[in-house]
Design a protein around this ligand. Structure first.
Ligand SMILES: Cc1cc2nc3c(=O)[nH]c(=O)nc-3n(C[C@H](O)[C@H](O)[C@H](O)COP(=O)(O)OP(=O)(O)OC[C@H]3O[C@@H](n4cnc5c(N)ncnc54)[C@H](O)[C@@H]3O)c2cc1C
Length: 256
């Protein structure tokens, strides 16, 4: 049996930074919404790290500027070091430097150009505020299909804890389901740009006793510069330059 809920003005899919902010913005305008998220809880991964000043202005409009500033820190730098323990580093130009937004940004905005407040801190902050203001946010709840009709949209959602299906009728469906949005794919909305770049990174999150090594760099990204690296190849008497792409190709060849 499929439960049927009352019609709602807006269904938001995805409780990342975009979906949580949308829920608060609609609430501020007096528009009721239901925000659904398939994850069981907020994401604790840092992911999006630096907020730019237009984003900070949105939070100012929501009365959350002070909280976001307090949860964050100075703009995050990107540095290169030979090893984490090495002395000396190369600092990459900051976004501020190569974007050069304005000579006197203070004329444009009272906000700093960028502020480090990673997603793992921002999402709990936005969720806490959404709950406090009475927004309807449901985790463990996944959009499984939807049908646009003349009235709006009919969405089938699954409670991932129980497997229960229900149908929500909404006037509008807001797709905040991330960079790989299924909703966008179903609707045939294409992105523009360079497409998939030939660069791949593996992020490994771990805990370690490394306070000494990262003191002063807590909010920064450090590239450990061990590539390209020369390795002797005794079989063919040559030297190989290892780079991540070649390693990837090698792994792919081994996989097939
Ligand atoms: C490893 C990694 C590192 C990154 N580093 C950076 C960085 O340094 N700086 C930076 O600016 N950006 C970074 N990003 C990108 C950043 O995470 C995204 O730009 C940002 O999360 C986009 O926010 P969003 O709210 O649009 O989408 P998301 O945060 O992706 O949120 C979308 C949400 O929709 C949910 N969802 C999807 N489909 C459904 C469905 N059918 N039903 C219910 N829920 C659904 C997902 O579970 C997800 O929580 C990184 C991303 C990754 C993966």
């Amino acid at each position: 049996m499929i439960d049927q809920e009352d019609r709602i003005p807006v269904l938001i899919v995805g409780a990342g930074g975009a979906g949580l902010a949308l829920s608060l913005l609609l609430h501020q305008q007096g528009i009721a919404s239901v925000l659904i998220e398939r994850r069981p809880d907020v994401s604790w991964y840092p992911r999006a790290r630096n907020l730019n000043f237009p984003t900070l202005e949105v939070f100012r409009g929501l009365g959350l500027e002070a909280q976001v500033i307090a949860a964050g820190a100075h703009f995050s730098r990107t540095l290169r070091k030979a090893t984490l323990a090495s002395h000396g580093e190369e600092e990459f130009p900051s976004i501020e430097q190569f974007l050069h937004i304005a000579d006197h940004l203070e004329v444009v905005t009272p906000e700093p150009p960028f502020w480090y407040c990673p997603q793992g801190r921002l999402e709990p902050l936005l969720l806490g505020e959404a709950k406090r203001r009475g927004c309807d946010v449901r985790y463990n709840t996944e959009l499984t299909s939807f049908n646009p009709d003349s009235e709006g949209v009919s969405a089938t959602i699954t409670d991932r804890a129980t497997g229960t299906l229900s149908v929500l009728q909404a006037d509008y469906l807001l797709a905040a389901d991330g960079a790989h949005s299924q909703i966008r794919k179903v609707l045939g909305v294409n992105g523009e740009g360079l497409g998939v770049l030939d660069e791949h990174y593996v992020f490994v999150y771990f805990r370690a006793l490394w306070g000494e090594l990262i003191r002063g760099y807590e909010n920064d990204a450090i590239l450990i510069d061990r590539q390209p690296r020369l390795l002797p190849d005794h079989r063919c008497g040559s030297w190989h330059v290892l780079d991540p792409r070649k390693i990837r190709e090698g792994l792919h060849r081994r996989a097939v």
